[in-house]
Each structure stands twice: as C-alpha cells, then as structure tokens.
Design a protein around this ligand. Structure first.
Ligand code: ADP
Length: 552
C-alpha cells in the first residue's frame, strides 16, 4: 500500500512539474512575444518620423546593435537593409507584411527560420510617399527556447522529483503507519481515520460473528466428545483415504492403539489382516457387520460407508466389546447342558424303579424300599430345580428388593435352629458367637446365603466336628464367618468352588445330596446384597467362609 501511495504521489508530482514548467514557459514566451511586437511597432514609428524627414540618410544614424531595418520602394525593391546587401535582395512585394502595409498602412508577419528553433517577427509601416519601412527581430520559438534551457530545466525537474519522492515517502508513511498500527482485536477502539470507521465496524461485526461461530462449533465438538467418550463402544470416523477424522478412547483400547496427535490412517491403529479387509470392504461401499478378536477381547464390528453426492466420502466404524456377552452365552450353554444332565440322572433312576415295579419284578415286601428310592430321587430333583430357580432369579435380578432391618444374631440363630436335626444326624456341634449387629439388608437372600454356607459346613464336616458361626462388627462393616472342622478345600479348588456345578468330589457331593449350585447361589446372593465372600481353608483341617456385609 505504501508503495502504491508513493508511486501515485510521485506520478502526480512529476506530471505537475512537467505541466507547470511547460505552461510557465508558454506563458512567458507569448508574453515576451507580445512585448517584442510592441517594441517593433514603437521603433518603426520613431524611425518612420526620421525617414519622412531625412529620407534614406536617416538610416546612417542607426546604431550597430539596432533591430533589422528594411526600407522598401513602392514596387517592392529593397532600397536599404542594415543587415544585408540591398542590391542582392530580391523583390519584397510578395511578402505578407509588405502587402498588408501597402494596402492597409501597416502589416505584421511571423516566419519560422530554417533551423526551426527561431522565428522572426516583422512589422511594416507605409510612409506618406508610399514606400514601406519594415522593422524585424528574431527570437527563439518555444521548442527552441525549451531546447536552449533543457539543462537547467532537467536539473530542476530531477531536483523537484527527488524532493517530491522524499515528501511522497514521508506522506505515504504518515498515512499508512496508523493503519499498520490498527488493533484488529478491538477494531472499534481505533480512532484513526473517519473514512475507515465503517470498515472497522464491519470487521468488528464479523469478528463477533466468527467468535460466536467458533464457540458454537467448539460447544458442539465438546458435546460430541463427551457423548462419544462416554460410549463403551469404540467409535471411529475415517475419510475415503482411510485417514482417521474422529475417534473415542474406547476405540483406542479395543483396537490396541496408542493416542496420537498426528493424523494417521486407521490401518495404523490395528494392523491385523481381517481388520484391513473390513476397512477395504466398507470403503468400497459395503455395509459390514462381523465378529473379530482383538487380543483377548471378542468384538463385533459394524462398519457403514458414508456417501456424499453419490460418492463414498468415508466410513463410520462401531466396535462393540462382546467378550462378556460371549462368555455369558457360553456359561448359559454350559449351564443348560449341566442342568439337563443333572435332571436326567434322578429322572432315569425314578423311571427305572417305576418300570421295575410296573413290570411286576418287585416283590411286595420290597415295594416300600423302591418307593423310598423314588422319593429320594424326586427330592433331589426338587432341590435341584429349586436351586436352578434361585440362581436364575438372582441372575436376572428379579427377586423383590426390599431391605429391612435385620438382627444378624437372631437370623443366624434361626438358621442354626433349622439345621439342628441334620447336624445331630451328622454328629456336628453348632455354635453361635457375637453381638446383635443390625444391618439393613434383604433378609430372604441373606438367609439363603447363610443357609447354604451352614449346610455345607455340616455336609463337609467330620463326625464330632464343630460348626461355629461368629458375628463381628468392624467399622461400617458386619462380618459373619461360618467355620467348620471338615475336609477342607485345596487352594486350586478354592478358586473354582463358586462356579456352577463345580464339585471337588462329585460322587461324595451327590451322595450327601449336593447339587453343586450352593456356593454359586452364595456368590450371586452376596453380589445382590453388595457383600463380599472370602474363603480360608486348609485341607483336612476345615474351612472358613467369611461374608462381609455393608451395614447400611
Ligand atoms: P454342593 O451342592 O456340591 O455342596 P456347593 O456349590 O455348595 O455344591 O459347593 C461346591 C463344592 O465345594 C462342593 O461340592 C464341595 O466339594 C466344596 N465345598 C463347599 N463347601 C465346603 C466346605 N465347607 N468344606 C469343604 N468343601 C466344601
């Protein structure tokens, strides 16, 4: 901008200089031209008075530096000329000023010289005897005058150009500097030129609009990030060249990729061939839903191409971690198979005994014995079905969730009372210690949990052994431990006894009426109550199951 202003000012100054110099020269030239003509007239009139009086002798007193004077006869013959030989001069009757003088008494003419740099001004006057007196003077014409003065003119022009260049530089700087110093962050606070005030107002308005739009975009982006960051599903958006445009941290975790500030291809986030094939397929326009294992996680991938004006512009990939679901499904399948198997055994026995009786192979005195066996198997079936129902209810969380204040001591006392008969039969002594700790809990479930632990404490105890239930209060927690002096559980088995249908010794468990679901019910029940179950056991010495309950 400075350069442009500088150039414009300079151009105007130079044109101004040239025009003003030319105009001044022209004015001076015509002014002096007019003066010269006036002088010629005056001289001619003085001289004509002398010539009228003295005739040709009047010219003898002409000074040497006088203007050129020519005396012409009535026929045009030159009678005298102070600058040339009159005899060698041609007849002057055809000269414009002479003819005019003959006819009108006076005449003027201007003729350019051969060199074109000079011109001659003629003034002729007719005397009383009809002869003509002509005075002439030569002066430089305009180009001649300029040519003669070219050097000083050029020097003045260059000087003036230099001065105007310097001034133009200062002026343009003075104009541009305040503009350069404008604070565009606060456009309306600048008070530089009134002319740019509308521009600054416009900038201010646009800045406010841009700020608003940026804030809106940022808010939207933040909302989008919050939503996607809270998604358990992995989420990746890519462009048509596989470059990642957006993703969430779940996607990083599932794909096993590192966080990166650099732009990168989705293919760099997971280099498995199957994943690359999915990306290729989706970018060729296919909708893909498939299962893929990333390390120890099983994932379902849903990849959708994104179209813009009929062309594929990218893709959205959703990655769902279905490991738990798969495990759950696997467990359910195993559970169903186990339940079917467990149901089949007593049913086969019942069916077998009933068939023998029906075929009449059983002596009347043995019928009772067989009926007793059928009853026992049926009881087993009922226990099993009841346990399965309890497990399913706990699994689905369908039990009534009503908490009530429960005195743990009273509850344990009641459970042990119910066990007395069985404990007697097994030769096990029951003990209960501890204070009357009150907790707010779902009593039916806690009853079920403790019942199973005490039942196992009797089942897996030794004859004459003790089963001791101890209640303790520890800060905000209540602990109930169920300790027996039975067969104990090895450390390896301790890890698995809470699994469904897991029994350390299957035949022993069956013989004593176990279903293999008791501890599984304990685990699920404890989870339902927000409690924790721990086991401490030594083979051959006994086991201690500890239930840690939150009091409130
Ligand atoms: P079960 O109906 O067979 O008792 P549980 O789920 O209650 O099934 O227990 C799983 C297995 O854990 C039992 O078969 C048994 O081998 C072992 N077990 C449970 N409680 C005890 C205990 N108090 N002492 C020793 N072993 C136990």
């Amino acid at each position: 901008m400075t350069k442009r202003i500088l150039r414009s000012i300079l151009l105007v100054a130079v044109i101004g200089l040239i025009v003003s110099t030319g105009a001044t020269m022209g004015i001076l030239y015509y002014h002096f031209g007019g003066q010269l003509e006036e002088e010629l007239r005056r001289e001619a009139s003085y001289l004509s008075v002398s010539v009228e009086k003295e005739g040709i002798e009047a010219f003898e007193s002409l000074p040497a530096d006088a203007e050129r004077v020519t005396y012409i006869d009535t026929d045009g013959t030159v009678l005298f000329d102070n600058r040339a030989d009159e005899d060698a001069m041609e007849n002057h009757s055809d000269r414009e000023e002479i003819q005019e003088a003959f006819q009108q008494g006076a005449g003027t003419a201007v003729r350019e010289s051969d060199t074109l740099s000079q011109r001659t001004l003629y003034y002729a006057v007719r005397l009383s005897d009809g002869k003509v007196l002509r005075v002439s003077s030569t002066q430089y014409n305009l180009p001649g005058l300029l040519g003669g003065m070219i050097q000083p003119i050029l020097i003045i022009l260059i000087l003036m150009a230099a001065i105007s260049a310097w001034m133009a530089y200062r002026v343009s700087k003075a104009i541009v500097d305040p503009i350069n110093k404008l604070d565009l962050e606060k456009p309306e606070e600048n008070q530089v030129y009134d002319e740019i005030a509308p521009l600054l107002t416009k900038i201010n308005r646009q800045q406010k609009q841009i700020k608003r739009e940026i804030a809106d975009a940022k808010r939207q982006q933040d909302e989008f990030s919050i939503i996607t960051e809270n998604m358990e599903e992995g989420f990746v958006i890519i462009d048509v060249h596989t470059e990642v445009l957006s993703y969430n941290s779940s996607a990083l975790k599932l794909l096993g990729a590192e966080e990166s500030k650099e732009k990168r291809s989705i293919l760099a986030m997971n280099r498995s061939q199957e994943f690359q094939r999915i990306v290729e397929a989706v970018l060729s326009g296919r909708h893909v839903i498939t299962m893929l294992d990333f390390g120890d996680r099983s994932c379902q991938i849903a990849a959708n191409p994104v179209f813009h004006e009929g062309e594929i512009s990218g893709a959205v990939l959703l990655i769902l971690d279905v490991t738990e679901r798969m495990k759950g499904e696997q467990m359910r399948r195993e559970f169903t198979a186990n339940v079917s198997h467990e149901l089949k055994t007593p049913l086969t026995s019942i069916s077998g005994f009933a068939e023998i009786i029906n075929d009449g192979f059983v002596k009347p005195e043995d019928t009772r014995k067989f009926a007793g066996r059928i009853f026992k198997e049926a009881q087993r079936l009922i226990t099993l079905v009841n346990d399965v129902i309890k497990i399913s209810q706990l699994d689905e969380g369908k039990l009534p969730y009503e908490k009530e204040e429960t005195d743990l001591y009273e509850l344990c006392k009641e459970i042990l009372r119910r066990m007395e008969e069985r404990a007697d039969a097994a030769g096990v002594h029951l003990y209960l210690y501890g204070p009357h700790v009150k907790v707010n809990t779902v009593q039916t479930i806690l009853d079920e949990v403790l019942n199973n632990l005490c039942d196992n404490g009797i089942k897996y105890n030794k004859k004459g052994g003790n089963l001791t239930v101890t209640i303790e209060e520890d800060g905000a927690e209540a602990r109930i431990s169920v300790q027996d002096e039975g067969i104990g559980i090895s450390p390896e088995d301790q890890k698995r006894i809470f699994e469904r249908f897991y029994r350390v010794d299957k035949s022993h468990s069956k013989a004593i009426g176990g279903t293999g679901l008791g501890l599984s019910i304990v685990k699920h029940g404890a989870m339902y109550l927000g409690a924790e179950v721990k086991v401490e056991s030594t083979l051959g010495k006994g086991s201690k199951f500890i239930l840690v309950l939150p009091e409130k």
